[in-house]
Design a protein around this ligand. Structure first.
Ligand code: OSB
Ligand code: MG
Length: 371
């Protein structure tokens, strides 16, 4: 369906996390994210920039995203008649990197198109599931007993898979104790690029804990070293940071650098890129799951829609709003059933309503971009 975006409204919001979230690259206590509202035909589509507050996960952050959207991405779509949301991402192909910034405008375009068609976004994308399997990502904790307590809470809430963050010094013995406490759970670890090939012998010790996967152990941009590591590990490697396009996915699979792929909407520039990675992996028999970036309800709702595609076989990191936010920007908040599933919604677009009053209160910067 042809779309014409007349204006793009950028908002930067600030939301404190219920609990801090710590990875091998640092601790986050509050999120500062950019929301994109794309307006066409009197209808608004919404997107969320998933970049962090600092350029530590990848090179993007809140400030860089604002500038890319304002100066490069928005001007490319404004006033144009675009044949379909699928044609939005190619308009940004001249921008090197910055997928999370322009990806937010891309996802907003899909939401807009779905709303114009009166269809739920997940159906519009070709999704086939009416509920998705939910897991949790647990940050680095002060102590192993604190971690075990947290895992107990999440399992009691119904979550189907537990992922814990690891880093040098908080890895083998931590996983050993978690495994001893929970011999039968679906367990995985995420290193966020904290190791190098000098750690191969160390990482091999993880093999005895029959983990579902180890996520992104090596450098954020190095597929080749992951292939070398995977050849020596029994534990499947899952790539996150390394996969920024379908081409990367194809190369990583061809090199046997991973057996599983984590798809994050922002990292691959939105739904078009995410579907392409999904399709490449599906054709190769490689399962995927949906990652998270501590999103507000808007990004979370997009993640749910994406997770309904058929090759999202493994439980993802998309969990309930209340694990992150005292109050979310959407109503109702994202909720998870006692069996660890999230039901999709039949409302048009991403399926939830925006809490405009709350949004206004947490907005620290707003700018409308018109031609
Ligand atoms: O590597 O998956 C990651 C959060 C911030 C940056 C990177 C990652 C994460 C998570 C959180 O693991 C997943 C979530 O949103 O729950
Ligand atoms: Mg990860």
């Amino acid at each position: 369906m042809a779309i014409k975006i007349e204006k793009v409204i950028l908002r930067q919001i600030s939301m404190p996390l219920v609990h801090f979230f710590e990875t091998s690259f640092g601790r986050t206590t509050a999120r500062h994210m950019v929301l994109v509202e794309a307006v066409g035909d009197g209808i608004s589509g919404w997107g969320e920039v998933t970049a962090g507050e600092n350029p530590f996960y990848n090179e993007e952050w809140t400030e860089s995203a604002w500038l890319i959207l304002k100066h490069y991405a928005a001007p490319r779509v404004l006033g144009q008649t675009i044949a379909s949301a699928c044609e939005v991402a190619p308009l940004f192909s001249h921008i090197r990197g910055h997928q999370m910034a322009w990806g937010a405008l891309e996802t907003a375009s899909w939401d807009l198109e779905a709303r114009m068609a009166g269809k739920p976004l997940w159906r519009h994308l070709g999704g086939t599931r009416t509920e998705i399997a939910s897991g949790v990502s647990i940050g680095i904790q002060e102590s192993v007993p604190a971690l075990i307590k947290k895992i107990e809470t999440e399992l009691a809430a119904g979550y189907q898979r537990i992922k814990i963050k690891i880093k040098p010094g908080k890895d083998i013995e931590t996983v050993r104790e978690v495994r001893r406490a929970f011999p039968n759970i679906k367990l995985s670890v995420d290193a966020n690029s904290a190791y190098t090939l000098a750690d191969v012998e160390h990482l091999k010790k993880l093999d005895e804990f029959y983990l579902m996967m180890i996520e992104q152990p090596l450098a954020h941009d190095d597929i080749i070293d992951h292939a070398t590591l995977q050849a020596q590990l029994q534990t499947p490697i899952c790539l996150d940071e390394c996969i920024r396009s379908a081409h990367h996915a194809e190369q990583a699979i061809r090199m046997r650098a991973c057996k599983i792929i984590n798809i994050k909407l922002g990292r691959v520039g939105g739904f078009r890129g995410a579907r392409q990675v999904h399709d490449v992996a599906q054709q190769a028999g490689v399962p995927v799951w949906c990652g998270g970036m501590l999103e507000s309800g808007i990004g979370r709702a997009h993640n749910i829609a994406l997770s309904t595609l058929p090759n999202f076989i493994l439980p993802g990191d998309v969990s309930a709003s209340k694990r992150y936010w005292a109050r979310d920007v959407i109503v109702p908040p994202v909720e998870v059933s006692a069996s660890g599933t999230i039901a999709v919604r039949e409302e048009p677009g991403f399926g939830y309503a925006i809490d405009h009053d709350f949004l206004r209160r947490i907005t620290v910067r707003e700018e409308t971009i018109e031609r």
